[in-house]
Design a protein around this ligand. Sequence first.
Ligand SMILES: [Zn+2]
Length: 236
Amino acid sequence: MGISITQINQDTYLLSDNSSKLYLNSTVIFTNKGPIIVDVFRDKEMFKQICNFINSKGWNKPLAIIYTHWHIDHTCGNQLFKNSRIISHKDTYRYLENFIKNHLKRLKVKGILKKDVNPLLPTETFENEIVLDLGNKTLRLIHSPGHTYDSILVYDVNERVLITGDNIIGKEVTFFMPPVIPPDKPDANHKDLEKTYEIISTLNPKTIIPGHGNLIEADKLLSYNKKRYKECLEKI
Ligand SMILES: [Zn+2]
């Protein structure tokens, strides 16, 4: 399993799965109070590598886990920390609960998810925004629909690092744009992406960590996503 680890700054690390075409990302932010894990990959083996990494830094469990949105490749890996504090948008809870009830079994039968996958529901949700005061670090969690209705941005105010979930994806990722513009969910509207791009511009991050794909300069990554979005609209 090819998880690569890139240090973003003194206490933030990007863990990327480069073994599949998903280029899936998870981020670990170390604070004085403990590590924060943003998104947990899609199975236990992948998640185990996040655990090994935080162990290697002297922590035996995360302070909290954040889901950027409900999609299975971002929420299904954690089965090891059953009593974790898990924070998400309120609709992430609803979508994930529905998924567990109505679709999880089928995806296991099809072999899309491993048999031992049992996603954990969020323990704490919010509607528009919450601010996590973590001692030496402040994280803003901002509702930002687009890719899905429940998508959020996670912004490290001190370091100006923005974790975007799938509202921003790397250049190498081609699996949903084009020809299909996200989201394909009935209670979301792809036009919301435009508003989310605006929020991202206003935050003016130094670094953008996409939900999938490699790191490039923040402004280039945002422009690339806007351009690709426009091209997709023209194809509709
Ligand atoms: Zn997604």
